[in-house]
Design a protein around this ligand. Sequence first.
Ligand SMILES: NC(=O)c1ccc[n+]([C@@H]2O[C@H](COP(=O)([O-])OP(=O)(O)OC[C@H]3O[C@@H](n4cnc5c(N)ncnc54)[C@H](O)[C@@H]3O)[C@@H](O)[C@H]2O)c1
Length: 232
Amino acid sequence: MTQRVALITGAARGIGAAVAARLARDGWRTVVADRDPAPEAPHRAVQADVADEAAVAALLAGVRAQEGRLDGLVCNAGFMIRKPLRDLTLVEWNSVLATNLTSSFLLVRAAEAMLREAKGAVVTMASTRAHMSEADTESYSASKGGLLALTHALAVSLGPDVRVNAVSPGWIATKGPEPTAEEHAFHPAGRVGRAEDIAGLVAWLLGPEAGFVTGAEFLSDGGVSAKMIYPE
Ligand SMILES: NC(=O)c1ccc[n+]([C@@H]2O[C@H](COP(=O)([O-])OP(=O)(O)OC[C@H]3O[C@@H](n4cnc5c(N)ncnc54)[C@H](O)[C@@H]3O)[C@@H](O)[C@H]2O)c1
């Protein structure tokens, strides 16, 4: 069988790195793209800013030239600016929207022909923050809400050739201090998430068992968004 090829963005660390590792283990040929240097082997690593139109065009031209096909695209790169509204500059707002939302438009547009040829699949990395917020997260929440809408729009436009779905993680421990026992226990699932939790879901969404799934959002948040919270 021909080896399937996946491109994973924001894969120098965190969720993206776990997704790339999982797909490589499952037998995919993996290309990882990040604005920071990412470890090579077993992947081909490309340093690229996915918010930059020319960089995205070059990235996909490279996949066409070197791998010759694209079966899976994981639009995972993203970041948050947490700042009171009054201090958030337009430059900062635009930078969050560019990486977290516009990059998926650029990536899928540049990858469309190869994805259609391969009857491939796309997974976008949204967030439970598309639906709920803490204070001072306007640009991030708006970007992830927009990404959900972009996901269903793409699913309709690219079907039946290409499936497009969103994963919305809750708290996944990828950086910062280790979660406390209390923080783990706050989750109905009994623990904070791991990058591997998300990788497993992405692997399933890219695979043939998800053939009837498109335009959908999958929450993986340990049950937090199902939990009703009132003051004690
Ligand atoms: N960790 C969580 O709790 C959580 C929860 C919900 C959603 N998410 C989403 O999952 C994704 C991955 O999160 P993470 O926790 O692994 O983050 P992370 O900060 O550990 O890793 C993100 C990676 O993306 C790269 N990146 C950022 N902007 C980029 C750009 N413009 N071009 C190329 N690469 C870029 C960074 O260099 C980094 O390697 C993000 O989209 C994030 O919003 C994370």
